[in-house]
Design a protein around this ligand. Sequence first.
Ligand code: ADP
Length: 617
Amino acid sequence: MKLSALWRRENSRYLVVAVLPFVAVVLAVVLDDVSFGQQFDKYAYDFLFRLEQPDTWQPSSIILAIDDRTLLDYGGQTGIRDALADGLERIAPVKPAAVAVDVILADPGSPQSDSNLERAFSQTHNLILASYVLRNDKWNEPIARFRKYAVYVGQVHAEFDRYDAVSRDLPLAKVAGIDRRWALAFDTFLAAKGLHVDEESPEDIVAGPVRIPTMDGEEHTIRIRYPPFLKTGSFPQVSIAELDREPGLAKRFAGKAVFVGETVQARDSWTTPYSNGNSTPGIEINASLYETLAHQSFLVDAPVLGVLALCFALSLGASLIYALGSGWICNGLAAGVVGTSQAIPVVAFAHSVVWPWLPGTFAAVFSVAIASTARHLIVRRDLAKAELQRTRYQQAMQFVTHEMRTPLTAIQGSSELIGRYSSMPEAKRKQMADLINSESKRLARMIETFLSVERLSAGQMEMKQERFGLAELVERCSERARPYADRKEIEIDIVKLPADDLSGDRELMEYAVYNLLTNAVKYSPPRTRVKVFGEDNKGDCVRLCVEDQGIGMDKKEVSRIFEKFYRTKRAEQSGEAGTGIGLSIVEQIVTQHGGSIHVESEPGKGSRFTLILKRAS
Ligand code: ADP
């Protein structure tokens, strides 16, 4: 069946239910795949990050900061190695768990500073040094003189979002040349906890008792769970300058993972979901990654199938609500669907699952919009249809009452005359009695037809099952129609009829064929020809055609003539009376007999109605 035809049917609303969820899911997937859509998901992620906080925890790391004051004290950038040496020497006695130095030491400095630094490194337990990938795919790494003191050399690859420069995740591994290195914070974590990477797969890394869920396969990207204490304050830190002034502060480093690096504003600065546009030093990002690992506060992606299933369910919900319900309850429930699409990412985030915001929101809003619009249009269309049917029904009733009035007037008049004139001649009296009799029979037939028609369309009429000859039935119908045809000098020409028997309700089938014949006569100009012919179809079917040279119909009209009470403009203008229900009954009779009806027609040229009927077995 064509879509348009399905749409026209009563239950077109179910088309929305069947199609909309699939369309919504496909559009949601496409939208979520383009960077525009992804950006919305990221904003929602940042928002949820600020909204949904885990319970705060005691930091297990601390920053040894090279801040403005330190640089000032040590004579600027050239004094960094001296500052570093002093800082490390001051905290070494309290035994930090590990010390990560986020300063690239790729070139020799002044001999004095380098030997100071070397001395400090030699006293540092679990020292991790930093490297990064250069443009030529080589590592920029610490010179051998320092390197030999490091348990690991980690990488400090900077990764922030291409579009909004927010740092949300970091790759734990980076490859350059043949060398793959772990992130500085991950190496620090391994060193501080005395762990090693035991297993790794594209979805995770296992180090001792810790399983770290990761993304992007080889790169093992993980989301940084910026610690909740960052929302209100900054990361715990002591600057080297402060330590110089107050050496007692060193005890804050005892047992902690120490991240040493610059905190100078506008250098190596990033933004985070918490920082709200303000910059955060890179060393804080590294320390946050460490906290994520140490506290095992991992944020994992929602399963793709789950997200798709939710989109489908939300859209199906919205479509069903508008297909089955009505009024404000519908709108209330639809608001519930949209609300659910908003609640799920929040609830999921509270359980450390990142549920993308856009697909569900889009599926819900889009489906509610489309389903409610479709519902509105369907209601309007049904209303217009009902209105039209009512008008036509009224017209039909007017016609019926008008038709009934003629025999009734004859009966009334005749009976009055008989009653009034007792001395009426016998012949006249008999003529009137005959008239009363024939007119009342006609009236009874009319009532019977209309009742049958009504019952049949209400599906209440029982069909008889009998066997009858098609040729004989057609002959009978044409005999009945002939007086009518004669009045217009129309010839009913029965060309050839199959000798088959049909089975079913003979009376109803006669009604159908008679209707086609009288229509052919009715909608043809005088002195034309109505041709009736049939043939055996292959298989178990018989074909019967009624062809006229009448007013005809265009395609659009043909598609509607089986609707109850529908009449074409041309038929109305022809001056022929009609109700527009005959053909709808014909179609029902034919289909209930397991057959079908087809129409070919051309305006001004004529029409051919073809019945394909089942032969009696
Ligand atoms: P009625 O003839 O009482 O109007 P029907 O249901 O029998 O109702 O027919 C519906 C409409 O189909 C008619 O009003 C007419 O417009 C069109 N129609 C039916 N038969 C023909 C025909 N043979 N030629 C042209 N139009 C026809």
